[in-house]
Design a protein around this ligand. Structure first.
Ligand code: PMP
Length: 397
């Protein structure tokens, strides 16, 4: 027997498991609400026009594929900083923010986790209950103990804010608190501006390290509106880490474009942090890929393409909101005994629908696939499939 012969099968990814079952279903009318991807009204993943135009420019340039710097494309890192912090941000002007291009939002979280493990090795990490299913595994694999803080309140399908605040107050100084900047995945339940203010006060007063994960900027209230929370944290002073992703907002999932930004207390400290972030990147994959970063930086820095992107992102945001409302109104007709109005209050691509595991299983018999927790992807609903989904839900309630 070899060193490999005793290795056990790793647990299956719960979301990919749904996709496998969906793919195996031969019903042509099957609907997958288990995904984490935005679909347009025709049920297709869009290729944004701004991306196509940027790619045409890049093909025209026919640039050689040299290595990027370890921290990524300079124009990309600068454009990301301005998007995340706001172009007039004090942390940019004072050179206190450093940004490294990353392999999607996941890669950004991993760089951040490895960096924190090196410089805050004893820290505990806290994630929301529930959270994106990869958060725990990612920080555990970087060597951290990962705990939950209270977040979701099933009785309101919103945030248990008193519970969350109490848990934050009880965390030891130096703990890392992972927060979803907007469009909480999986629940769709976000904090309001006043609640964020209270969270920032506790984090600052108790010496906690905030790590904001922003995978859906522009899917909530708007690009600047969703980024406002990052600016408020930055104004409160460092330390602060932000991972952001363009997978959803540019519909560039497979290109793996994201970034990690870190706020330091001085320009001199920032330079030291950047040198250490580069070390993390260098020892993992040396330097990031070229294409996605060039597409995004071309769009963000070319005024017409930038406007086109903002319009296309707004259209995705509006369509999701329309689907939320159609879902609520249609269920009011078909299932008046249960109030789904909370779905209109939730934001982003997902909704904790309140469906139980048994109800999700019953939906599957109708070839409608959702996550066992009741999470549905509202962005997978469209004008053609929504009636079938609503009828099936009314039947299983
Ligand atoms: N954070 C959250 C909250 C997410 O939902 C996702 C993507 N589903 C990510 C990070 C990872 O983003 P990416 O696909 O760009 O790695």
């Amino acid at each position: 027997s070899s060193v490999f012969s005793a290795i056990e099968m790793a647990p299956r990814d719960p979301i990919l498991g749904i996709t496998e079952a969906f793919n195996a279903d031969t019903n042509p009318a099957k609907i997958n609400l288990g995904v984490g991807v935005y679909y347009d009204d025709n049920g297709k993943v869009p290729l944004l026009a701004c991306v196509q135009k940027a790619e045409a420019i890049l093909i025209e340039q026919a640039a050689p594929r040299t290595y990027l710097p370890i921290e990524g494309l300079a124009t990309y890192d600068k454009a990301v900083q301005e998007l995340v912090f706001g172009a007039d941000s004090a942390v940019i002007q004072e050179k206190r923010a450093v940004t490294v291009q990353a392999i999607g939002g996941t890669g950004a979280l991993k760089i951040g986790a490895d960096f924190l493990q090196r410089f805050a090795p004893g820290a505990q990490v806290y994630i929301s209950d529930p959270s994106w299913e990869n958060h725990r595994a990612l920080f555990e694999s970087a060597g951290f103990k990962v705990n939950n803080y209270t977040y979701y309140d099933p009785s309101t399908a919103g945030v248990n804010f008193a519970g969350m605040l109490a848990d934050l107050k009880a965390m030891p100084a130096g703990s890392v608190v992972l927060l979803h900047a907007c469009c909480h995945n999986p629940t769709g339940a976000d904090l309001d501006a006043d609640q964020w203010g209270q969270i920032i006060s506790v984090i600052t007063a108790n010496g906690l390290i905030p790590f904001l994960d922003m995978a859906y900027q522009g899917f909530g209230a708007g690009i600047a509106e969703d980024g406002a929370v990052v600016r408020r944290f930055a104004d409160a002073g460092g330390p602060l880490l932000i991972s952001n992703s363009f997978s959803k907002s540019f519909s560039l999932y497979g290109e793996r474009v994201g970034a990690l930004s870190v706020v330091a207390s001085s320009a001199e400290e920032a330079a030291r942090l950047l040198s250490q972030l580069k070390r993390v990147v260098r020892t993992n994959y040396s330097n990031p890929p070229v294409h996605g970063g060039k597409v995004v930086s071309t769009v963000l820095t070319t005024p017409e393409l930038r406007q086109l992107w903002e319009d296309e992102l707004a259209a995705m945001r509006v369509r999701i909101k329309e689907m939320r409302n159609a879902f609520v109104q249609k269920l009011k007709q078909k299932a008046p005994s249960k109030d789904f109005e909370f779905v209109n209050k939730q934001v982003g691509m997902f909704s904790y629908s309140g469906l139980t595991k048994a109800q999700v299983e019953a939906l599957r018999a109708e070839s409608i696939y959702a996550v066992d927790t009741g999470r549905i992807c509202v962005a997978a609903l469209n004008s053609k499939n929504i009636d079938k989904v609503v009828d099936a839900i009314a039947k299983v309630l």
